[in-house]
Write a protein that binds this ligand. Structure first.
Ligand code: FRU
Length: 496
């Protein structure tokens, strides 16, 4: 067994923590996903990047592309700091009709991002006529000057068909501001949203605003997604969403602001952004988040890189038991890269017995449906080694509660915010059937439960050699389970 006191080399971290199917930069620091766009059969992922260190520092935009959202090719840095400052978060759109005049009547990619200089944040533009391989900054940057706000950042832009306008949503403290434009260069203010709602602690960052067709009613609703840095459900940074209407000029909520919902109930799902120009846009939305938390992002023990992205997930809007809710599932491309699938297996697990997931090979996907009718308490243990389970999930049917707990070893945790125990919301239904879709990769566990109504995303950094990826331990009562998929994923994604 490897001991934590042993000197750790890059190889140690590569073998232990480098994810197989989650995007990581080859080396150095990464935070938010930026500029997510689908264009000419490529998915683009830009990201907040510090190429000269493993801590947050002068921001650039790193870049990678993929055909399937899983096999990523690293490309050179897309945007470098300049006389207006460093390059904070933002988005990319496809300017199909050359509304900007940058593309000589053709089409191309336009990036809208925040320039940050000595605390001053302003919005700027860059464009690329060669599929994002090279970028030019617009010579009249910044295009939206700071109106005297300390926080004025993270523009997310989309084309609003009905009013034939580009719309931008921007984080402005504990509110967002909407702007409009016909050419992506000249912007006028529309509305400030959220001021005085007073819904969470902490500052708002990385907003997103997008339409989704309601699965049951067919109506289009507008989701306003916001990231809050501090005061998230599991502590530190996390995301929330609101449901409402947008007519091209103003956003109104369908509900009381206090009835917002959490995007995820884990500790590591932040700065989520949805893809622009995805083929299924409107019906579903694909989203990627930064899989970390500002409470400890700068000290997560990995080398030579720091931070990973969440798996891309697909969002749909449903009404479940009278409640409007985002349903999140891993994107369907994940099914295509699964190499091994078991056929359905059913199992009755009585008190004192265990159900070990047949493969310890990572990355691993386990889809199981549990019948909790006779259950009292089930414990799911992840990355189990001798006597230690750094991540656990307790389904306590007797008391109708689910606990998630992440523990450090006996050793000092790298941050006091890393160990955590969270109780999931009481609205999780535990009186019958519960479905779980669990993806375990090196250094993370993502759980989609109750048909994707609840997701729980966490970094898990086991400090000792792992013997078992998942063990279900029945502690009280009986559970009946049907396992539909256990899969390892294709070799082409495997890292050594
Ligand atoms: C969110 C954030 C953004 C900002 C970026 C800077 O994680 O703080 O608001 O643009 O990171 O790297």
């Amino acid at each position: 067994m490897t001991n934590v006191s042993q000197t750790k080399t890059e190889d140690y971290y590569q073998e232990r923590y480098r994810p197989h199917i989650h995007f990581t930069p080859e080396k150095m620091w990464m935070n938010d996903p930026n500029g997510l766009v689908y264009y000419e059969e490529e998915y683009h992922l830009f990201y907040q990047y510090h190429p000269d260190g493993k801590e947050w520092g002068p921001m650039h935009w790193g870049h990678a592309v993929s055909d399937d959202l899983f096999h990523w090719r690293h490309l050179p840095i897309a945007l470098f700091p300049d006389e207006h400052g460093t390059i904070f978060s933002g988005s990319v759109v496809v300017d199909w009709k050359d509304s900007s005049g940058f593309f000589d009547g053709g089409h191309g990619l336009v990036a809208l991002f925040t320039h940050h200089k000595e605390g001053l944040q302003q919005q700027s533009v860059a464009y690329s006529g060669d599929n994002g391989r090279t970028w030019l900054k617009y010579e009249e940057n910044p295009v939206i000057k700071n109106p005297g706000r300390a926080d004025f950042r993270d523009p997310k832009v989309f084309w609003h068909k009905e009013s034939s306008r580009w719309v931008m949503v921007l984080a402005t403290g504990r509110s967002v501001m909407l702007y409009q434009s016909v050419n992506l260069r000249d912007w006028s203010f529309l509305q400030e949203v959220g001021d005085g709602w007073d819904v969470t602690e902490g500052i708002w960052e990385c907003p997103d605003l997008f339409p989704l067709q309601h699965k049951q009613s067919g109506e289009t609703k507008w989701i306003l997604q916001i990231d809050v840095n501090d005061g998230a459900y599991a502590g530190g940074s996390g995301g929330i969403y609101f449901i409402g209407e947008f007519d091209g000029k103003s956003y109104t909520l369908d509900h009381n602001p206090q009835d917002f919902k959490w995007m995820d109930y884990g500790k590591d799902f932040y700065a989520a952004q949805s893809f622009s120009d995805h083929p299924q846009e409107g019906k579903e939305r694909i989203m990627i988040a930064w899989m970390s938390n500002w409470q400890y992002a700068n000290v997560v023990p990995t080398d030579p890189w720091r931070s990973a992205m969440s798996l891309p997930r697909q969002l749909e809007l449903h009404r479940i038991e009278g409640e409007e809710v985002l349903v999140q599932t891993p994107v369907c491309q994940l099914d295509e890269i699964c190499s091994k699938k078991t056929t359905e297996k059913a199992r009755l697990v009585a008190a004192g017995e265990s159900w070990r997931v047949t493969t310890a090979e990572l990355p691993l996907r386990w889809q199981v449906i549990l019948d909790l009718t006779e259950n009292k308490r089930t414990r799911l243990e992840f990355f189990k080694s001798e006597g230690h389970s750094p991540f656990q999930f307790v389904i306590d049917t007797e008391h109708e509660v689910v606990f998630v707990s992440r523990k450090a070893n006996e050793q000092e945790p790298f941050s006091n915010h890393y160990p955590v125990e969270v109780k999931l919301p009481e609205s999780i239904k535990l009186n019958g059937i519960l479905d779980l879709d669990i993806i375990v990769d090196r250094s993370s566990v993502e759980v989609y439960m109750d048909s994707g109504k609840f997701t729980i995303t966490n970094l898990v950094l086991p400090e000792t050699d792992v013997h078992e990826a998942i063990v279900l331990k029945q502690e009280k009562g009986t559970v009946y389970g049907v396992e539909s998929v256990v899969s390892a994923l294709t070799q082409t994604l495997k890292r050594v």
